[in-house]
Structure formats: structure tokens, C-alpha cells
Design a protein around this ligand. Structure first.
Ligand SMILES: [Cu+2]
Length: 292
């Protein structure tokens, strides 16, 4: 039995090491070298996801250790040498009831917080701000319908990287949001299916052409948060990063002032018809139809 005890001690020790290492290696808003755990959380939803992940890890570890213990007992005590005359037992009602009820209890224990988390993620609270995100081949467009801003966000190429910018993650125009505000994110695709995902916010939602998906986040810490398209969408799938800059209320309104001039939304007015005069009504009609 000392072998079993040592084995268990070793497993527990390595698990504790992995657990603490994961927390130390995880970056805020971005991946880090040798990262083991999840990226650090910046939203209440991600806090819950991290909690649920750790909760499951303990349950899984306990089950794995229990099964390992049973296997070791069988191997040591019931091998042909140690136990030459096998027992002919085929039924044991008590154990049969136990191995039916215990898994049910475990599953219910997992299901309750799991569903609670699912509803928390899916029910968008009253939002302070709406951002419409459109996935395109191969970049993201952000629109702030209430502020009448719209802009594209393209990855910074390797040769253009400035000090402090991250390869494959930094973009020319970040999505900017104020800290501690509920942001409703409406997500759609313009060409193929993409997926809008920011690990530190605990959000990942498909951007599907012809459909408007909805999610939300409330970033509680200022900083840069990166994500990537998470749905294979073609040649440059790996090169359409997501960068969200969470700033103070003051910085946000300063950014908004600049952005309103720089990224003013096309208000959908029909473009001046270029067709010949006689075709003008037709061209207008076409333009009006397009605007719709
Ligand atoms: Cu994509």
C-alpha cells in the first residue's frame, strides 16, 4: 500500500504545482509563453468561467484518483499470484445502487452551476453601449450605431510593428470601450462564418452572414485585450486579430470626439447618380434600393 500512497502524494503535488503555475503564467488580455491556465479574467462572466473550470478540475481529479486507486487495488490484491482462487461473486445490490446514484449526484452537482453560468452569459443586461462587430475576409469592422461611427480594424504587419505592439495581435484601429460599462456586442459576418472571441472577457460567438448574434461584456479593468477569429474562415483566418482597448470614461469620451470626425458613419445617403440624365430616375431608384 505504500506504493499507492506515494503515487497519490506525487499526483497531488504535481497537480498543486500545475495549478499555481497556471495562475502565474496566464497573461491579462493576451497569451503568454508557457501559459498553462486560462488568460486572466477581466469580466464577471470570465470570473465565473474560471471558477467553473477550477471546480470541474477538482471533480475530475477526484474521479481520476478514485478510479486509479481501484485499478491499483485490483492489480495488487487480485492478480493470479496473490489471489489464486477467484471469488465467483456476480452481484452486489448495494454497490450497484451506489454506482448508479453517485454519478447522478455528481452530474447534478455539475449541471446546476453550469446552467446558471450559461444563463448569465446569454441574458444581456441593460447595456450602456452597443457595438456592432462584422467579421470580414480578413479583418473586423466595428460600428457604434448610437455614436454614428464605423471603422475597419486590420492587423499590423510584421514589418510595421512599433515597440510594444504584439505580432499577430496588434491592429491599426482598436475597438475602444469604457471601463465598468455593460457593452452589448452584436456580431455578424459579411462573407463567411467568423467567430468573435476575447478570452479575458469570456466571450466567443459566431459571426454568421445574414444573422445577428448577441453577447455582452463588462470589463472591470483597463487595458488591452486581444482575441482572434475562432472559426476557420479562409486564407488569412490567423491574421484577423481582435483588439479591445478598455479605457477610463474620460479617455473614452476623448477618443469618441476624435473618432466621430475620423470614422463618421456613411449615413446611407444615395450616391450622386453617374448615369446619363435620362437614366437618372432609374439610378436613384437603384441607389434607394441599395440603401435599404
Ligand atoms: Cu475569420
Amino acid at each position: 500500500m505504500t506504493v499507492l500512497r506515494r503515487l497519490i502524494a506525487f499526483m497531488v503535488a504535481s497537480m498543486a504545482l500545475a495549478g499555481s503555475g497556471g495562475a502565474a503564467f496566464a497573461g491579462l488580455g493576451q497569451p503568454s509563453p508557457w501559459e498553462i491556465g486560462l488568460q486572466q479574467s477581466a469580466t464577471p462572466v470570465m470570473d465565473d468561467i474560471v471558477w467553473f473550470h477550477d471546480f470541474l478540475l477538482w471533480i475530475i481529479a477526484a474521479i481520476a484518483l478514485f478510479v486509479l486507486g481501484l485499478l491499483v487495488i485490483v492489480m495488487v490484491r487480485f492478480n493470479a499470484r496473490a489471489n489464486p482462487v477467484p471469488s465467483r461473486t456476480t452481484h452486489n445490490s448495494f454497490i450497484e445502487i451506489l454506482w448508479t446514484i453517485v454519478p447522478v449526484v455528481i452530474l447534478v452537482t455539475i449541471a446546476v452551476p453550469s446552467f446558471r453560468l450559461l444563463f448569465y452569459q446569454l441574458k444581456v443586461p441593460p447595456a450602456d453601449l452597443t457595438v456592432k462587430v462584422t467579421g470580414k475576409q480578413w479583418f473586423w469592422s466595428y460600428a457604434y450605431p448610437d455614436q454614428k461611427i464605423e471603422f475597419d480594424s486590420l492587423m499590423v504587419q510584421d514589418k510595421d510593428l512599433k515597440p510594444g505592439q504584439l505580432r499577430l495581435l496588434s491592429v491599426d484601429n482598436e475597438m475602444v470601450v469604457p471601463v465598468n460599462k455593460v457593452v452589448r456586442v452584436e456580431v455578424t459576418g459579411a462573407d463567411v462564418i467568423h467567430s468573435f472571441s476575447v478570452p479575458s472577457f469570456g466571450i466567443k460567438i459566431d459571426a454568421i452572414p445574414g444573422r445577428l448574434n448577441e453577447t455582452w461584456f463588462k470589463a472591470e479593468r483597463e487595458g488591452m485585450y486581444y482575441g482572434q477569429c475562432s472559426q476557420l474562415c479562409g486564407r488569412d483566418h490567423a491574421f484577423m486579430p481582435i483588439a479591445v482597448h478598455v479605457v477610463s470614461e474620460k479617455e473614452y469620451s476623448a477618443w469618441l470626439d476624435v473618432a466621430k470626425k475620423k470614422f463618421a458613419m456613411d449615413d446611407g445617403a444615395a450616391p450622386a447618380p453617374v448615369a446619363a440624365k435620362s437614366d437618372a430616375p432609374q439610378a436613384k431608384q437603384l441607389a434607394a434600393a441599395e440603401a435599404k
